[in-house]
Design a protein around this ligand. Structure first.
Ligand code: DLZ
Length: 164
């Protein structure tokens, strides 16, 4: 059986236990808002569907994807979140900004995961074109926000299995 996912929104909901006790942070980038707002919608609706209470979803907007790791760390460090979902969209341009932002964000997010032993989810699209990004923000390839919420739900349950 191939493990390659053809649609980012496709998952088996029965594999996810109820999540009503969890508090989830979402940090989301203002850059490429037309894309990131759809990722946010996909992530929040998926969390709500699995029992996370609306008042237990903390949403913070940041200027760009580069700022996501610090915002995630602020939530992990200063609130009671069980996981943070980082949502952004970096689109290849004419300069090397793309490479610097992508590597800084992915390494920064991994750092927060491992420093705090808490799930911090990489929900950042890194694409060559805006069209490719839109295809993954509610388009033909599904919604990266849904996939990110599912990853957060699974990781919070894993974390729960191994308390301090
Ligand atoms: C500057 C910049 C550029 C060129 N492109 C993007 C992008 O495609 N996606 C994104 O989320 N942010 C971009 N930014 C902004 C940076 O992430 C950051 O907000 C600024 O460099 C300020 O630190």
């Amino acid at each position: 059986m191939s493990l390659k996912k053809t649609n980012l929104s496709a998952y088996n909901p029965t594999t996810i236990p109820d999540a009503k006790k969890f508090i989830v942070g979402i940090v989301v980038s203002e850059w490429n808002h037309e894309v990131t707002s759809v990722l946010l919608e996909g992530a929040t609706s998926t969390l709500l569907e699995h029992g996370v209470k609306k008042q237990n979803i903390i949403i913070e907007w940041v200027p760009g994807s580069f700022e996501l790791p610090l915002a995630a760390q602020l939530l992990v460090d200063r609130t009671d979140v069980d996981a943070v979902i980082c949502l952004g969209c970096v689109i290849q341009g004419e300069t090397r900004h793309f490479d610097f932002i992508c590597s800084a964000v992915s390494e920064g997010i991994m750092d927060v995961n491992l420093t705090y032993t808490l799930p911090v989810i990489f929900g950042v699209l890194t694409t060559n074109t805006q069209e490719q990004a839109l295809e993954r923000a509610g388009g033909k390839h599904g919604n990266k926000g849904v996939e990110s919420a599912v990853a957060a739900l699974k990781m919070m349950h894993l974390q729960d299995k191994y308390p301090d």
